[in-house]
Design a protein around this ligand. Structure first.
Ligand code: BDR
Ligand code: CA
Length: 324
């Protein structure tokens, strides 16, 4: 099984990502970060999810409480006061580890070959690990993130929550040379929570009922998307996502666009403005002069473009069925 570290801020969709990962991947540890909620809450939530799914053998290492360069903004409007409102859960059966999440990431990646990092919260811990040990960019097999979007945002018109909360960290990560697989909101919006699937989960088993209660709150009778689960699903079954290898940079200074994952789609654009992204395009709509800094740069990110929702759905439901 592929060895992974899950860096997360549970979070309803982080919890769904953990449920998928624990059945298909070798989870070496979970590190937590301030994001959807405050660190003490995201850490407690991670412990409770692992208890609920019978995987309290997986250790949880708290990382950074918030960005190193800015105050933390949380998403309690989406995830509630606890960061994972909805199901009533008993207190965690054991405490989190005392080792810092960043130390766990650095030590594990440096001592273990081919570890994949999965980050479904702000990139604060991953950037901090890169600052502490730049070699992890080469040692890690890859970094699957939920974050950003190819020309769309959710927290602002231009930016997605995980990236804009700690844009400096995202900048560090996207400039690190680590192979990045980006599940941005352009991809994850292809992955809605369906009412009928919530009911299917509710009738499955204890873990399915827990998932349904999470999604009752998360979807709130309206629209929601399983953002974080997409990043894990892509790693488990690469055929679920069609991607393009493109250059992505992080906007730090824009007045309206701070935190945008500026994705150079010029290699994929169709022949008319109305045309959809053309994954087979051989034309580059790159009109900047050859010696200009605006000319396309070498790709650094596998950008998720299309998601096979039926395949994703089957993976999720089949996985939940295997729990008790
Ligand atoms: C991301 O932000 C959080 O609210 C979710 O857990 C997901 O990681 C979506 O923008
Ligand atoms: Ca998250």
């Amino acid at each position: 099984m592929q060895k992974v570290i899950l860096d997360c801020d549970p979070g309803h969709d982080d919890a769904m990502a953990i449920m998928l990962a624990c059945k298909h991947l070798d989870v070496l540890g979970v590190t937590t970060v301030g994001g959807n909620g405050y660190l003490k809450n995201t850490t407690r939530n991670a412990l409770q999810v692992l208890d609920m799914i019978g995987r309290s053998d997986i250790k949880v290492y708290p990382g950074h409480a918030g960005p190193c360069t800015a105050p933390l903004v949380i998403a309690d409007n989406v995830h509630g006061e606890s960061g994972m409102d909805g199901p009533q859960l008993p207190p965690p059966s054991k405490p989190a580890e005392s080792k810092h999440g960043v130390d766990f990431i650095v030590e594990t990646v440096m001592s273990t070959d081919d570890v994949v990092l999965v980050a479904t919260g702000p990139l604060t811990n991953i950037a901090s690990a890169l600052n502490k040990e730049p070699e992890i960019a080469k040692r890690a097999k890859g970094l699957y993130i939920m974050g950003g979007g190819a020309y769309c945002g959710n927290w602002t018109a231009a930016a997605e929550f995980n990236i804009v909360v700690d844009a400096e960290a995202a900048y560090k990560v996207f400039h690190s040379g680590m192979p990045i697989y980006m599940s941005g909101v352009n991809l994850t919006r292809q992955c809605p929570v369906l009412k009928e699937d919530i009911e299917t989960m509710r009738g499955m088993n204890k873990v399915g009922k827990f998932a349904a209660e999470l999604l009752d709150f998360f979807a709130g009778g309206g629209d929601a998307h399983l953002h974080d689960a997409c990043a894990v699903a892509w790693l488990i079954d690469p055929s679920i996502v069609t991607s393009a290898f493109l250059h992505v940079d992080i906007e730090l200074t824009g007045t309206l666009t701070r935190g945008m994952t500026v994705t150079d789609l010029r290699p994929l654009q169709g022949h008319t403005p109305e045309a959809d992204i053309d994954l087979t395009s051989k034309k580059r709509w790159d009109d900047a002069p050859e010696d200009s800094p605006f000319r396309g740069k070498a790709p650094n990110t596998h950008v998720g473009i299309r998601l096979d929702f039926e395949k994703f759905r089957k993976l999720l439901l089949d996985t939940l069925r295997t729990y008790e």
